[in-house]
Ligand binder design. Sequence first.
Ligand SMILES: CC(C)(COP(=O)(O)OP(=O)(O)OC[C@H]1O[C@@H](n2cnc3c(N)ncnc32)[C@H](O)[C@@H]1OP(=O)(O)O)[C@@H](O)C(=O)NCCC(=O)NCCS
Length: 191
Amino acid sequence: MTRQAPESAPEFDYVVVDIGHEHLPAVVSEAMAIYVAAMGYQPGVGKQRAAHVLRHSEFAEFRFRAAINGHGRLIGFAYGYTSVPGQWWHDLVRKAVGRSGTSWLEHAFELSELHVSPASQGQGTGEQILRSLAADLPHRTMVLSTPEGDNRAWRLYRRLGFVDLARNHLFPGDHRPFGVLGAELPLAGRD
Ligand SMILES: CC(C)(COP(=O)(O)OP(=O)(O)OC[C@H]1O[C@@H](n2cnc3c(N)ncnc32)[C@H](O)[C@@H]1OP(=O)(O)O)[C@@H](O)C(=O)NCCC(=O)NCCS
């Protein structure tokens, strides 16, 4: 990926681009800085998570989309892949949703991360990135987990048609309760 950093005023707010497997190492640190800032985590968490992202990039149908502003800087990103048995998240969620929910996990795309840098939140960027990520996916559903709360992430997911698969679910190693959500593809609205 070629990125230009104009010194004058940017000519556009941002564009959403696909980051191929081969370009991921070049952007993963910048993406993890956004992840850390958006989630309010300690900086060290970003390094650990970068290794996960690179590992996830080996999974089937891995897709990574980034919003890049007119100065050539990343302002948000999302990625995911096909969710299959044997993956940490998939196996835990399969238990959490129970027998009635397992159909959501058949031919599902797991939205692993979606984050927009705090300074750029609340302007529709997250929705643009998510719609770009979801566009033309071959999967039947998109599934995700997000910390419980009354916040922008929940408003976005509800707006795009995500429904509850499990609530207040506890993942090992995290004290926060999570909602597990799913939506049929294509996403609701203008996809
Ligand atoms: C969740 C998150 C990705 C959503 O992205 P976002 O860009 O902030 O939000 P959205 O794309 O949903 O935009 C929504 C807001 O922009 C507004 N908006 C939409 N289109 C717009 C436009 N063209 N111009 C201006 N504002 C617009 C909407 O009115 C909406 O406002 P509201 O949420 O106050 O009601 C982002 O807020 C974030 O990174 N949060 C912290 C980390 C997080 O929770 N990640 C998800 C964990 S799974």
